[in-house]
Design a protein around this ligand. Structure first.
Ligand code: NAP
Ligand code: NAG
Ligand code: NAG
Ligand code: NAG
Length: 366
């Protein structure tokens, strides 16, 4: 008899704590520079105040990006003044508004955030201009996989690469988070996506998302196949997250007056070659870009444009978020290991809080 009674009392205390106690601690992913095993969940105190024009969000999900793995190794520190915690994106609900916020957001709103850090945590703070509404047909687990790669793909294609209807765009890492978004956005713009990837399964995923052709770069020089697919003309735009190991094939694949958008260096950063004469001959524009270090004004412009042009397409089910898998928050080390083994197709999402399906309770404190 005694055990069940004790159990009932304990669970009552537990539910009172869960429901009513004011939260003072929150969990986040701590790391010291090194391998994925250095990641562990720790607790720290929740800030009692929120900065001017900032919003505290209760995070339901975040997602892993390549940059996080670099930062974990100690190679990619956050911009000055930003959170030391990993995580460039999150979805959740507005928990608290700081001073001087506009009336755009209110407590309980379902939001996605573009972060310069801090996503791997149960709570995150972000400037109100860097929030987006969650499309009504998406839940708060999947929405955490949208901001970083979709805003990056949108930036690369339209803010940097100036993609026009009729253009042919070569997208490397076609089954990556950024790649799966870029394929769909290229199609939506009336342009033709070609992709490269490292396996036939990944190429198939890219074709299913709208790629016109896919080339396995492990089978040899992809530039021949690209020229064949473009009647010898080459592509108008290359989205290049590979760098050194693809440089020569890129020069051979690009059309005269093409735009080569460099945004990652997974294949290395140094080459020893006469690259400039080849760029000159084809009058290539080499455009290098990063998103995280951009000014808030730039990010705001990008987010507003994306909100207007692209979010409605999610609402209508015309765009699809490619999810590799959803892992619980405490599997963060496993999530990094997975990404570094290049096995994921699309996003690896970390579920931080469980979303309760009834919309009456989903915004309450857990
Ligand atoms: N500049 C920016 O603002 C910005 C923002 C976001 C992301 N990024 C960059 O975008 C890229 C993709 O990020 P993500 O998070 O979407 O990555 P992801 O989902 O982890 O996908 C990356 C894929 O790239 C392929 N890959 C890895 N090493 C390669 C190599 N040496 N040569 C060719 N392919 C290689 C692998 O697929 P295969 O099996 O096909 O080889 C891997 O699965 C990263 O380079 C990241 O740093 C840049
Ligand atoms: C709110 O904005 C005003 C006017 O810009 C500024 O003077 C004030 O310091 C801000 N409040 C806080 C708490 O930052
Ligand atoms: C949210 O979406 C994901 C991915 O589509 C799905 O696996 C999960 O069951 C959904 N969660 C809820 C609470 O509906
Ligand atoms: C969910 O929200 C809608 C619209 O706000 C409301 O009509 C509906 O009754 C709610 N459903 C539940 C189960 O709370």
């Amino acid at each position: 008899m005694r055990v069940p009674v004790l159990f009932r009392v304990l669970s009552l205390v537990h539910s009172i704590n869960q429901g009513m106690a004011i939260r003072t601690m929150y969990r986040y992913a701590y790391f010291e520079p090194g391998g994925p095993e250095k990641l562990e969940i720790r607790s720290q105190e929740l800030p009692t105040t929120v900065k001017d024009k900032h919003v505290l969000i209760k995070v339901f999900s975040t997602a892993v990006n390549r940059a996080d793995t670099l930062q974990r190794k100690g190679f990619y520190p956050p911009p000055p003044g930003e959170s030391e915690i990993l995580g460039l994106e999150a979805a959740g609900v507005v928990d608290k508004l700081g001073p001087n916020c506009s009336d755009r957001w209110k407590k309980g709103d379902r939001v996605m955030a573009l972060l310069a850090g801090g996503g791997y945590a149960e709570y995150a703070t972000v400037h109100e201009d860097l929030l987006l509404n969650v499309p009504s047909n998406l839940n708060l687990t999947e929405a955490g996989g949208i901001p970083e790669v979709w805003l990056t793909a949108y930036q690369l294609l339209f803010f940097v690469g100036n993609v026009q209807p009729g253009d042919i765009v070569l997208i490397h890492a076609g089954a990556s988070g950024v790649g799966t978004a870029a394929i769909q956005l290229t199609r939506h713009a009336g342009a033709t996506p070609l992709i490269t990837a490292g396996s036939s399964a990944k190429i198939q995923t890219a074709l299913d998302l709208g790629a016109s052709k896919g080339f396995n770069y492990k089978d040899g020089d992809f530039s021949k196949a690209v020229l064949e697919a473009t009647n010898g003309r080459g592509v108008d735009v290359i989205l290049d997250c590979v760098g050194a190991s693809f440089y020569e094939q890129n020069i051979d694949s690009i059309a005269t007056d093409g735009r080569w958008v460099l945004y990652g260096l997974m294949g290395g950063g140094s080459i020893n070659a006469d690259i400039f004469s080849k760029l000159l001959r084809k009058r290539v524009s080499l455009l290098a870009t990063l998103l995280r270090s951009r000014s808030r004004e730039y990010k705001k412009k990008l987010i507003n444009s994306f909100t207007e042009q692209i979010l409605p397409l999610f609402e209508r089910g015309e765009l699809k978020l490619t999810i590799d898998r959803i892992l619980p928050f405490d599997k963060v080390a496993e999530a990094h290991k997975l990404m570094e083994s290049n096995t994921n197709t699309g996003k690896i999402i970390l579920k931080v809080h469980e979303e309760i399906q009834s919309n009456l309770t989903q915004h309450e404190e857990l």
